[in-house]
Design a protein around this ligand. Structure first.
Ligand code: GCV
Length: 648
């Protein structure tokens, strides 16, 4: 689309297909999409595409051989022809994008038959988009890429749905197959999307459908009251259950392939079953029952904690909350209820351990929620490629045996980082997070660095590839270095969460403390002397986290309160680690900015300028972080920097 960055689908990546002869076999709307893609490429590059039984020879055959819902495909090359087969239409679409990713390689040498398919059936983005601009949170809660892609001027984007379709295309090209189109904090206007404004949701669903992306909706638990005029939302009340059943039937009349509901209940002020003395399984199962006849799923979020804590109360530990609330309910959730768990026990900090809940509910379908929008990781003003963090999470053996990627039977979800910004994600390099998420959801054990390379080559070509790798590869660790140290988190400005404020959340009701004093810092979450959180883990993690001797350095202050003089496994004291990493972090940003500047002739001008401008802000902010954090700890501890560098 004009004026919109093609992201990882610039015309050029279709050249290898567009210059050749392609045969497409099979019928159906997604096969038409495949045909449209190939025909468009041929128009641009002079090749030819035929449907069904045309005489050959062909360089590429894309063939639908069945009529099921499978998303897998086979790929092979022999006798001068590359062949993709699929038994389901979306499989054929994913097969096409596989050929696009391979480029000329798809047509070079013989390749024996390979089978490809997603490890996880649900690969979803949750948009925290409001229809109406919220007075505090704006249109997209925690959004850093302009307004909503779906909603504009208080309505679905009518004639601009072409942009939504283009979004669906990008998502399909990295394997994402579901989108929740509104914020989990469901405000008054957005509640109506479920009923009288359903037509707008159907329009969006229509724009995404050609690319195999199903639409989901966030709904308020109080809908029977606020929309239905009932006096209660009690999940065991017959009228309430009847109301949800009817509302859901109407949703499926309008959107036959509707995915289901996303629900944030009893969380940060949203209504939920606790008000009626009911459990979260009661709440989720009521919605699951309403969706079940239509094949839908409810995604019930596990982000339930006390956000009105008294900071003086040392007996409450927010990190424990999800496990405490949900583990007793294991086995009680309906088959089509998915418990959606944030990957860490707190809230998307730059470093957290994996949530112990993920390994502790074997009889429940879990989805794991990541955050692509960079709420706590630089808000798309800083380069912070999250692939390595997500990969660590997905490979973590949550129950001591199976990896998170295997345990997440309900799917992988990310909070979207996309808006109506011409570059989609505000910071053009933040597209790498979106792409990496999709590819990891398809194959959770994939090497994130290979995914990064793939994204770079598709988006930028080979010219600037080495520079881009240098800029992005270590950027998460760089960000970690100049922000909150050793897993303690939360040293951000309250409310908007950008920029440093070491004590910003120290005396707040949010359960987010670091407990720094003149002698040390960190939260004692051991079972022996602390909150007991470490004991929520399966073996061997419980033992490992319990003792500072075995706890990994990067999580030490998450699990333990340590003196500034404590020697880390790295051979540095805690205080010297803080000073060193903060100086290093800023130096690494300076180096990355210089690498980016050197790519000026290799990257298109608008994109280069946008990133260059953001680097100036990142550097300013990183210096602020360095100086505030280092000064704070020098003043608290009185321990000088071993290298005598400038601290204020
Ligand atoms: C949508 C954090 C964010 C909130 C978000 C919440 C959630 O607390 O700051 O903006 O609300 O997580 O995940 O529900």
């Amino acid at each position: 689309m004009q004026g919109v960055d093609p992201a990882w689908l610039p015309d050029e990546v279709f050249r290898p297909i567009g210059t050749r002869r392609t045969l497409i076999r099979g019928s159906g709307p997604l096969v038409d999409t495949v045909h449209g893609e190939v025909a468009g490429a041929c128009d641009r590059f002079g090749g030819r595409v035929e449907r069904d039984a045309s005489p050959g020879p062909f360089d590429l055959v894309l063939e639908l051989t069945g009529a099921d819902a499978s998303e897998g495909f086979t790929f092979e090359r022999g006798d001068g022809c590359t062949t993709v087969t699929a038994t389901g239409q979306s499989g054929l679409l994913y097969g096409l994008f596989h050929v696009v990713r391979l480029g000329e390689d798809a047509f070079r040498k013989q390749r024996p038959r390979e089978t490809h398919g997603p490890a996880l059936a649900l690969r979803m983005l949750d948009h925290w988009d409001n229809v109406a601009v919220h007075p505090v949170m704006g249109q997209v809660e925690r959004g850093y890429a302009g307004g909503s892609l779906f909603w504009q001027d208080g309505r679905a984007r009518g004639e601009l749905l072409g942009r939504v379709r283009a979004y669906g295309r990008l998502l399909a090209a990295c394997g994402i197959n579901a989108v929740a189109v509104n914020n989990v904090n469901v405000h008054a206007t957005e509640a109506h999307l479920l009923t009288d404004r359903l037509g707008e949701v159907a329009d969006i669903a229509g724009a995404l459908r050609p690319y195999g992306v199903r639409t989901h909706l966030s709904v308020t638990f109080a809908a029977p009251i606020v929309l239905g005029g009932l006096s209660t939302a009690d999940p065991l009340d017959d009228d309430v259950r009847g109301w949800w059943a009817e509302a859901s039937a109407r949703v499926y009349e309008a959107i036959p392939d509707f995915g289901g509901y996303v629900v944030k209940a009893d969380s940060e002020g949203q209504p939920g079953p606790f008000a009626y003395g009911r459990s979260h399984a009661d709440g989720a199962n009521m919605l699951a029952a309403a969706l079940e006849p239509h094949g839908g799923t409810v995604h019930w979020r596990a982000f339930v904690y006390n956000h009105r804590q008294d900071w003086r109360d040392r007996t409450t530990d927010r990190a424990r909350a999800a496990h405490d609330h949900f583990v007793p309910l294991d086995g009680e959730f309906a088959d089509n209820a998915v418990l959606q768990v944030k990957h860490g026990p707190m809230d998307f900090q730059v470093r957290e351990p994996v949530s112990p809940l993920i390994g502790a509910m074997p009889r429940t379908r879990l989805a794991v929620e990541l955050q692509a929008t960079q709420e706590y990781t630089g808000q798309q003003r800083h380069v912070c490629w999250l692939g390595p963090m997500w990969s660590e999470v997905l490979r973590f053996r949550a129950d001591g045996e199976c990896s998170v990627g295997e345990v997440a039977r309900g799917g992988l979800v990310a909070v979207s980082n996309v808006g109506d910004d011409p570059f989609w994600t505000g910071h053009p390099l933040a597209q790498a997070n979106l792409y990496t998420f999709g590819r990891l959801a398809w194959q959770p054990h994939a090497d994130p660095h290979q995914i990064l390379d793939e994204w770079i080559l598709l988006t930028f070509g080979t010219g600037p590839a080495a520079g881009l790798r240098a800029v992005l590869d270590g950027s998460w660790r760089t960000y970690e270095k100049y922000t909150a140290p050793l897993g303690v988190g939360w040293m951000v400005q309250p409310g908007h969460h950008y920029g440093p404020s070491v004590d910003g959340y120290e005396y707040s009701p949010w359960g987010t403390y670091h407990f720094a004093d003149r002698d040390g810092i960190g939260v004692d979450r051991s079972a022996a002397t602390g909150s007991g959180f470490a004991g929520q883990y399966a073996k061997p993690w419980a033992e490992m986290y319990e003792s500072p001797d075995t706890c990994p350095d990067e999580l030490l202050l998450f699990f333990h309160h340590m003196s500034y003089g404590h020697m880390l496994h790295s051979g540095k004291t805690v205080i010297q680690h803080i000073y060193d990493t903060h100086f290093e972090g800023v130096e690494e940003v300076e180096a990355a900015r210089d690498v980016w500047a050197s790519l000026v002739d290799l990257v298109d001008r608008a994109r280069h300028a946008r990133v260059a401008e953001r680097f100036e802000e990142q550097l300013r902010s990183a210096r602020e972080w360095r100086d505030q954090v280092n000064s704070y700890f020098l003043r608290k501890s009185g321990v000088p920097d071993a290298h005598g560098r400038r601290i204020y």
